[in-house]
Design a protein around this ligand. Structure first.
Ligand code: ADP
Ligand code: F6P
Length: 320
């Protein structure tokens, strides 16, 4: 019989995590469960930073970026000793299950803790959208919009100066943010780690576009490619076009979540509690074809995500 559950956020923060926490807390209470917030990811579980939450504790957070539970990377949790310490704390605090909001690393930890007898359900939260089992991760839409709105600002200055702006967006080893930002901003070229590219070809394309009258350019580079500052240098050397590199960095992780992120986070939070309330663990919540589903954690981690090469080709084909 499930009486109490915990919720934590782990790995890099993502806008929309708070909306998921709110949904978890209020769904659990509506089901007659006690619910506890665990601070700073798995660190809080190991150290016992576990506090009971009520409905009001999660009011006024749905629109906030970051995570009110704080987040961390917890190296200790990668080892069985760390997982066993966390298990002891769960037993001490009377937790019958945990909702883990994070990415693949966090789900590995959730799988390990489930295997030790504490049912865990993962919710995908990362701006990178690099979780294979789901079409969508919480934070992705906000990060895409942040990247595009920053590119819009850069265009103003690069247009005024007839320059090229090389912009580096986040995504770790995945080019999902880059390809969306590239399409939505009409970048002359988008570079992602999933597809080989040639800087010579990019420069030739820019010079051809210049001949046709294009005076300013945006090149979007995913952080998983080579260094954007050296790409900018090469472009300037090969084309003679005045070029600047801008690394957007952690700004992409912040800000108020979009409607999409708030709604998906809410649906996923509800689904996770529905499972835990039935005593079901070792699952990851996912979005497939616009529906909320769930998968076994190990099966989910073994899945491979297909990069949208069609959209990538469209991005680079339509730009002139
Ligand atoms: P993400 O969840 O965004 O992929 P990380 O890779 O940083 O982020 O993982 C978050 C946390 O999940 C780590 O700090 C660690 O506590 C836990 N974790 C990561 N990898 C493993 C693993 N192989 N086994 C168990 N726990 C892990
Ligand atoms: O996973 C989210 C992310 O922002 C990646 O896009 C990026 O590579 C990484 O985290 C940065 O991590 P940190 O916050 O440790 O610098």
């Amino acid at each position: 019989m499930v009486k109490s559950i915990g919720v934590l956020t782990s790995g890099g923060d993502a806008p929309g995590m708070n909306a998921a926490v709110r949904a978890v807390v209020r769904t659990a209470i509506a089901k007659g469960l006690k619910v506890y917030g665990i601070e700073r990811g798995y660190n809080g579980l190991i150290n016992g930073d576990i506090n009971e939450l009520n409905e009001r504790d999660v009011s006024d957070i749905i629109h906030l970026g970051g995570t009110v539970l704080y987040t961390a990377r917890c190296p200790e949790f990668r080892y069985r000793e760390g997982v066993l310490k966390a298990k002891e704390k769960c037993i001490e605090a009377g937790l019958d299950g945990i909702v883990v909001i994070g990415g693949d690393g966090s789900f590995r930890g959730a799988g390990d803790l489930s295997a030790e007898g504490i049912p865990c359900v993962g919710i995908p939260g990362t701006i990178d959208n690099d979780v294979a089992c789901t079409d969508y991760t919480i934070g992705y839409d906000t990060a895409n919009n942040t990247a595009v709105s920053m590119i819009d600002k850069l265009r103003d200055t690069s247009e005024s100066h007839d320059r090229c702006s090389v912009v580096e967006v986040m995504g770790r080893n995945a080019g999902y943010i880059a390809v969306n930002a590239g399409v939505a901003s009409g970048a002359i070229y988008t570079l992602v780690p999933e597809v080989p590219y040639s800087l010579d070809e990019i420069c030739e394309k820019m010079l051809k576009a210049r001949e046709l009258g294009k005076m300013h350019f945006v090149v979007v580079v995913s952080e998983g490619c080579e260094d954007s500052i050296s790409i900018a240098k090469t472009i300037q050397e090969k084309t003679g076009i005045d070029t600047r590199a801008t690394i957007f960095g952690h700004v992409q992780r912040g800000g108020s979540p979009t409607v999409m992120d708030r709604v998906v986070a809410t649906k996923m939070g509800v689904h996770a509690v529905e499972m835990l309330a039935k005593g079901i663990g070792n699952r990851v919540v996912a979005m497939k074809d616009n529906k909320i589903v769930d998968y076994d954690i190990q099966e989910a981690l073994a899945m491979k995500k297909q990069f949208d090469t069609e959209l990538y080709e469209i991005a680079n084909r339509l730009s002139f």
